[in-house]
Design a protein around this ligand. Structure first.
Ligand code: NAD
Ligand code: TYD
Length: 376
C-alpha cells in the first residue's frame, strides 16, 4: 500500500502519545504511522488496542537514545515527519532519579534530531515537532490567591476558563527557568531542538503545553491516582497545603492542537497550548471526590475525610498558567470541553475501565507486549 506520508510518533504507548497516535491513525488513513516506544513502566500497548490492527499502523519497540536504530528506521521507512513525545514525565521520579531524565529527555531528543538531520537529504516537506511542557518556564507568583476572571477569554463556544490566580502568564517569549530535574531536562531538549533549527535549518516546531488529564494517564499523576484511591477508599496524599495551582487541559484537546500545529504551524516557531483553566490542587481534589462519589452511587462528598496533607514536594512550583493567545489567534485552536464536563468524562472512564487501572497498578500490563508479539 502506498502512503502519502510516513510519520514516527515517539512515546505513542504513553498517555498523550496514545491519543495522538489514535487521532492520526484514524484521521489520516493515507499516512503510515510508526509508533516508536521503548515501553518503559509508562508505556502500555493496551492503550492502543482499538487501532493496533489498522493497516496504516506499525509499532516499533525502540529506545530513542538508540541513534543507529532510529537512523536506520528513518531511512528504511522513508520517514518525513517526527512527532516527538517520548520522555520521562513524572516530576517526583525526576527528584529521585535525575540521570534517567537527562538520558531520555536530553540525549534521546538529541539522538532523534541528529538522525533526522542525516536521514533527510532535503528538508523540503519535512517536519520535526517536539512536544514540551509549560514547566520549562518555572513557577509564577500567586498575586490573586482568591482568584479573579482571567484577562484572556477563549471563544464563547468552548466556555472553558476558570479563575486566574495572578497577573502573569507563561508567554512564548518568557525566559526559561526550570526548577525540577524533569523540567530542566525538558528545557534542555527544547534548546537542542531550537539549536538544530538555527544551526542546520532543521524544520522544527516546539510546543509547550499545560497539565493534561483524561483517559489512559498513568496512575502516579494526581488525577488518575486520586480517582483510583477514592474508589478504594485509600488516603489522598495532598502535597503541602494543596494551594499549588495547575492549568488543566483535556488530553484530546492537546492531541487536536498537535494535529493542527503539525500541519499548519510555522517551522522555527514555538506555540503555548492551554485552556485558561487554573485550579488549586485542593479544589480539584474536592471536585474529584464529589464526582467519583456520585458516579459510584455514594453520598456526594462522603469521602472528603480521605484528604491527607503530606510533606510538600521538594521545589514544588507554586503556579502554572499558560497564555495560549498566539495559538488561538494564529491557528484558530480552542479547547472543546468545559472542565466539569472533562472531569466527569475522565472519572467515568477510570471507573468503567477498572481492569485497565488494576493491570497498570499490578504491573500486569507489561506482559501484554510479550504476549502480543510472542513468535513474531
Ligand atoms: P508518559 O510518561 O505517559 O509516556 C511517555 C512514553 O514515552 C511512554 O510510552 C514510554 O514508554 C515512552 N518512553 C520513555 N522513555 C523512552 C525512550 N528512552 N525511548 C522510547 N520511548 C520512551 O508521558 P505523557 O504524560 O504522555 O507525556 C508525553 C510528552 O508530553 C512528554 O514529552 C511530556 O514532557 C509532554 N507533556 C506532558 C504533559 C502532561 O500533563 N502529561 C503536559 C505537557 C507536556
Ligand atoms: P502531577 O500530576 O504530578 O503533575 P505536575 O507535577 O507535572 O504538575 O501533580 C499535579 C499537582 O498535584 C502538583 O502540584 C503536585 C500535586 N500532587 C499532590 O498533591 N499529590 C500527589 O500525590 C501527586 C501525584 C501530585
Amino acid at each position: 500500500m502506498n502512503f502519502d506520508r510516513t510519520l514516527i510518533i515517539t512515546g505513542g504507548a504513553g498517555f498523550i502519545g496514545s491519543h495522538v497516535v489514535r487521532l492520526f491513525v484514524n484521521k489520516y488513513p493515507n499516512y503510515r504511522i510508526i509508533n516508536l516506544d521503548k515501553l518503559t513502566y509508562a508505556g502500555n500497548l493496551a492503550n492502543l488496542k482499538d487501532i493496533e490492527d489498522k493497516p496504516n499502523y506499525r509499532f516499533v519497540r525502540m529506545d530513542i537514545c538508540d541513534f543507529e536504530g532510529v537512523l536506520k528506521l528513518m531511512q528504511d521507512e522513508h520517514v518525513d515527519g517526527i512527532i516527538h513525545l517520548a520522555a520521562e514525565s513524572h516530576v517526583d521520579r525526576s527528584i529521585k532519579d535525575p540521570f534517567t531524565f537527562a538520558q531520555t529527555n536530553v540525549m534521546g531528543t538529541l539522538s532523534l534530531l541528529q538522525a533526522a538531520k542525516i536521514a533527510w537529504d532535503s528538508f523540503e516537506g519535512k517536519r520535526f515537532y517536539h512536544i514540551s511542557t509549560d514547566e520549562v518556564y518555572g513557577a509564577l507568583e500567586m498575586t490573586n490567591p482568591e482568584g479573579v476572571e482571567p484577562p484572556f477569554t477563549t471563544k464563547a463556544s468552548s466556555g472553558q476558563h476558570h479563575l486566574a490566580y495572578g497577573e502573569k502568564f507563561f508567554t512564548e517569549d518568557l525566559k526559561y527557568q526550570p526548577h525540577s530535574p524533569y523540567s530542566a531536562a525538558k528545557a534542555s531538549s527544547d534548546h537542542f531542538v531550537r539549536a538544530f533549527h538555527d544551526t542546520y535549518g532543521l524544520p522544527t516546531i516546539v510546543t509547550n503545553c499545560s497539565n493534561n488529564y483524561g483517559p489512559y494517564q498513568f496512575p502516579e499523576k494526581l488525577i488518575p491516582l486520586f480517582i483510583n484511591n477514592i474508589r478504594h477508599r485509600k488516603p489522598l496524599p495532598v502535597y503541602g497545603k494543596g494551594e499549588n495551582v495547575r492549568d488543566w487541559l483535556y488530553v484530546e484537546d492537546h492531541a487536536r492542537a498537535i494535529d493542527l500545529i503539525f500541519h499548519q504551524g510555522k517551522t522555527g516557531e514555538t506555540y503555548n497550548i492551554g485552556g485558561f483553566n487554573e485550579w488549586k490542587n485542593i479544589d480539584i481534589v474536592k471536585v474529584l471526590i464529589k464526582t467519583t462519589d456520585r458516579l459510584l452511587g455514594r453520598k456526594e462528598g462522603e469521602d472528603m475525610d480521605l484528604i491527607t496533607y503530606v510533606t510538600d514536594r521538594a521545589g514544588h512550583d507554586l503556579r502554572y498558567a499558560i497564555d495560549s493567545t498566539k495559538l488561538q489567534k494564529e491557528l484558530g485552536w480552542e479547547p472543546s470541553l468545559q472542565f466539569e464536563e472533562g472531569i466527569e468524562k475522565t472519572v467515568r472512564w477510570y471507573l468503567d475501565n477498572q481492569e485497565w487501572l488494576d493491570n497498570v497498578t499490578s504491573g500486569d500490563y507489561q506482559k501484554y507486549y510479550e504476549q502480543m508479539y510472542a513468535g513474531r
